[in-house]
Design a protein around this ligand. Sequence first.
Ligand SMILES: Nc1ncnc2c1ncn2[C@@H]1O[C@H](COP(=O)(O)OP(=O)(O)OP(=O)(O)O)[C@@H](O)[C@H]1O
Length: 330
Amino acid sequence: MTDLAVLQARAMARSAPEPDEGLIVCDNLVRVYRTEGVEVQALQGLDLTVDEGELLAVVGASGSGKSTLLGILSGLDLPTAGRARVARHDLLTMKRRERLDYRRRTVGFVWQQTGRNLLPYLTALENVTLPMGYARIPRAQRAGRAMELLDMLGIADCRNRRPGELSGGQQQRVAIAVAGANTPRVLFADEPTGELDTASGEEVFAALRRTNAELGVTVLIVTHDPAVSEQVRRTVRIRDGRTATEVLRPSAGGAGQDAGGAQEYAVLDRVGRLQLPREYTERYGLHRRVRLTAEPDHLGVWPDRGAGQEPAQDGQDAAPGAGGQEGDEG
Ligand SMILES: Nc1ncnc2c1ncn2[C@@H]1O[C@H](COP(=O)(O)OP(=O)(O)OP(=O)(O)O)[C@@H](O)[C@H]1O
């Protein structure tokens, strides 16, 4: 086995997730910022489960809470309430030492600002070998493993160049190699293509996909760019600090590939709470409580019109389109 394959196998064996849990589990996550007497609820009960090996995008408008979520998942920030676990690490109760180890071995990061990812006075190869020292990877293995990573990401010829001698896209690909240096369980990328043109952005996406496919690293990309979500199978949309909807695509990835058949889902949390998108609650007048009707193959959700007004069977209700909320099939 190559160095890379040995390290990958070791990383996978390190800690398997609970059988019924995802690799990342956020349950009712709340983060309140208090500055000068003003409270901002950045996360308002966010639920998210990510399985090992997934490549997914988290999208949302500016201020929806994406960076706050990433700060918590990366171990930099603490939630106010709720539950957050990544690869069995409880992010709320982790002590300093575990937190440091978590940040060095369990997770890797690629930030939007290329300058934040790499040290300007080190070559690409040196940048990639640097974090291996923190994870105590034997010195003799570091350069070989770093070269394998650079090669996998198509930038082996950049190994002896410093960041200032690389294009933005090449810098981000080196940053992905740095983030993957210690074979983390999860790689978090915060707007990784935000400062790049379309062609360079696509190369960076291809690099993230390869890291996901070849190293088995779970990749979570945070972005406000809707085009990004066309490159991944699953897109989670955050609105007002909550997971609002999810879009699943049967085929995703590769520039220009048809990502047809995309299906939008409402989010069902771990205790069965269903979050209906606001456009539906407004359109069908769903407030405070709704009436549920169990159908053989789906669940009907009806506006509460008071006692004595039973919804008609077979979806023939007086309120146009009031029901027919599809059951959760996915
Ligand atoms: N340190 C902080 N102190 C006070 N409020 C904050 C702090 N960080 C974020 N917020 C507020 O929390 C909310 C969510 O911010 P966050 O940065 O997580 O959103 P975002 O979706 O990442 O936005 P963007 O795409 O612009 O980065 C916003 O209202 C923001 O003003």
